[in-house]
Design a protein around this ligand. Structure first.
Ligand code: BDR
Ligand code: CA
Length: 312
């Protein structure tokens, strides 16, 4: 059983990642959701996190708001991908469950410290601001975590917000640098893995065919994401990023990768947020992550549909 905090900036793909976990109660206990500014400003992100919890029938989940901006930079958002609210597509009601009091970074610290050593995993689906704040405020939690499994970065696929950088790392590269230097066990699901996970029409219809409200909402989310991504890439479906984190937690054999060193570019304007991965071991820099390169998209989508089918 994995005990997981989702740190997230929902985002349709963040939503599918969280829903997949909530549909896997025998394997993942979701300890709470911490919202961070990213795809949309913080007030939308935390509201969307509560809408997702309620969609899954989990109004009991603790949801916290965290950083409303990156460490040192102005916030860059992605409404052009996710819509004005960040969760455009399905018609989800306003949430009624409360937002918990306190900062998300403190929730992360207190949760990790109050639980047995190496029992808590952070699933990081957005810019790493909250996670880095927690690690700076309480460096001891790096050694207490089971791991940080994050969606971010790229090596072979390079960038999606600039030619050099993936969105989550680009938005707050200084925070990402703190995380990668923290000593915590890190697994990276980069664009190299997520670009292979494409939401073809047949895969979207499989969510609709489940016949529950969550499956219908997931299908509507994926159809919305298509609008931007299909034009951009010209592929047979839009890449589905953040659910790769949950799929890795549930079925790591879906993916292939290797231990590597990853450093974050913070200085250059041209390559800000680039993940400089020593994939081929051409330096003696110590490994600081497991960097995933690819995955089996049929197994991935079958897993997602199976878990979404267990929800209301
Ligand atoms: C990442 O950026 C966001 O738009 C998605 O939610 C995902 O976390 C992909 O680059
Ligand atoms: Ca995200």
């Amino acid at each position: 059983m994995r005990h997981v905090i989702f740190d997230t900036d929902p985002g349709q793909d963040d939503a599918v990642a969280i829903l997949t976990a909530l549909g896997s109660p025998g394997e993942i206990e979701v300890l709470g959701i911490s919202a961070v500014a990213g795809n949309v400003p913080l007030h939308h992100a935390e509201r969307n996190a509560r809408r997702i919890a309620e969609l899954a029938g989990r109004a009991d989940l603790p949801v916290y708001a965290g950083a409303d901006r990156p460490f040192t930079r102005g916030l860059v958002t992605a409404e052009h991908v996710h819509g004005s609210t960040g969760l455009n597509g399905p018609d989800l009601p306003e949430p009624t469950m409360p937002l918990r009091e306190g900062h998300a970074a403190d929730f992360i610290i207190e949760t990790v410290r109050s639980r047995p050593e190496r029992s808590v995993t952070i699933a990081a689906l957005g810019p790493l601001t909250n996670v880095a704040l927690a690690l700076l405020k309480a460096p001891d939690i790096a050694g207490r975590l089971e791991g940080i499994v994050l969606m971010g970065g790229a090596y072979f696929e390079v960038g999606n917000i600039t030619p050099a950088a993936e969105f989550n790392i680009y938005v707050d590269p200084e925070a990402a640098a703190v995380v990668f230097r923290s000593g915590a066990p890190i697994t990276v699901l980069p664009l190299d893995a997520t670009h292979g996970m494409r939401s073809t029409e047949a895969r979207i219809q499989a969510f609709e065919r489940i016949g529950n409200r969550t499956g219908a909402a997931v299908a509507a989310m994926l159809r919305f994401s298509e609008v931007y991504d299909l034009q951009k890439y010209g592929w047979d479906g839009a890449p589905l990023h953040d659910p790769c984190v949950t799929a890795f937690l549930l079925e790591p054999t879906i993916f292939e990768g290797r231990a590597a060193n990853c450093e974050i570019e913070c200085a250059s304007a041209l390559t800000r947020g680039m993940t400089v991965v020593d994939y081929w071991g051409v330096t003696d820099r110590a490994h600081n992550c497991f960097f995933v390169r690819s995955g089996d998209s049929d197994r991935f989508y079958a897993l997602l549909a199976e878990r979404v089918a267990r929800l209301p």
